[in-house]
Design a protein around this ligand. Structure first.
Ligand code: NAP
Length: 288
């Protein structure tokens, strides 16, 4: 960051757009702004009310597209239902590809398919970073990804394939899911189903990366997952809610490595967002 700031005469800039009052979205955006400030990156947030229309949102994105001081643009999900079912896709389509630090623009997705994307979706990139830093061999490994969304599952599978894993993509229509996933040396779960992945889904010794995050308020779910007297159950007793991953805690007895929720993929996603913003800033500076 410091080297870019010295060369450019300003820090890399990230423009975040937040629509509505979803408390979780506000928390995520605050975490991103705080992390940016800690690394010397400038991040600001344009807020729109939940009643804002899609054209109003697109106008804010267009302003950031034209801005000289914003190198990256992030529109926080989810958008209000009133904007329509395809609102997120329409927003991704108008963000300038060279400022698309989420890696969701079709141009960047197409380049990812060809293994030449300058900006790649942050969460799957964070998973790769986690596997590589944990020295888990990807090349030659069998990998299974549960989830096929545009923002996590599909780019995740592509990144693993580009690193020479043999990848199976699983989804809600996959027949006999545990039989498929228990073949995998690397299992990435991105479903959003609290504690769904039980030990029978996992090959003994496999590396399991839990991307799922579900806010649980149902006591019965917490009691199914966490033993009486455990820290997590006590935390639920105090707060009345708990953030839980897709992976059942008993998987820790089978897996060779397991990422925690919270505290695993989430913080890495933010780190990769900042790295993408710096990359976008450097590319724009070099293109001048
Ligand atoms: P999504 O768009 O809802 O996709 C969920 C995927 O899971 C779909 O492909 C769905 O299959 C599959 N699925 C659902 N139930 C299933 C079942 N019973 N068996 C097999 N597959 C099933 O969600 P997303 O946006 O990809 O996010 C996934 C999770 O990751 C969520 O919990 C989200 O909060 C979390 N997330 C975390 C971060 C982070 O920074 N930590 C970032 C992004 C997302 P179909 O396609 O057949 O419906």
């Amino acid at each position: 960051m410091a080297a870019f700031t010295a060369r450019a005469g300003r820090p890399p800039g990230l423009g975040i757009v937040l629509v509505g009052d979803d408390p979780a979205s506000h928390l995520y955006v605050n975490a991103k702004i705080k992390s940016a400030a800690e690394t010397g990156l400038h991040a600001d947030c344009s807020q729109l009310p939940a009643s804002a229309s899609l054209p109003e949102l697109l106008a804010v994105v267009e302003r950031l597209n034209q801005s000289e001081v914003h190198d990256g643009i992030l529109v926080q999900s989810p958008l209000p239902d009133s904007m329509g079912a395809d609102a997120e896709r329409r927003v991704f389509d108008v963000v300038r590809p060279d400022k698309d630090v989420d890696g969701f623009h079709p141009v960047n997705v197409g380049k990812l398919v060809q293994n030449r994307a300058p900006l790649v979706a942050c969460t799957p990139s964070g998973v790769i970073e986690m596997l590589e830093r944990s020295q888990i061999a990807i090349a030659g490994a069998r990998a299974a990804v549960i989830g096929r969304s545009d923002i996590v599952g599909k780019p995740m599978a592509l990144l693993l394939m580009h690193r020479n894993a043999t990848v199976t993509i699983c989804h809600s229509r996959t027949a006999n899911l545990p039989r498929v996933t228990s073949q995998a040396d690397i299992l990435v779960t991105a479903m959003g189903r609290a504690g769904f992945v039980t030990p029978d889904f996992v090959k003994p010794g496999a590396a399991v990366v839990d991307v799922g995050t579900t806010q649980v308020t149902d006591r019965a779910v917490v009691e199914r997952l966490f033993a009486p007297g455990s820290k997590r159950r006590d935390a639920f007793g105090r707060r009345g809610s708990l953030v839980v991953g897709d992976v059942h805690p008993d998987v820790a007895n089978v897996a060779g490595a397991l990422s925690p929720v919270p505290g695993g993929v989430g913080p890495l996603t933010i780190a990769l967002l900042l790295r993408n913003t710096l990359r976008a800033a450097e590319e724009r500076l070099a293109a001048r």
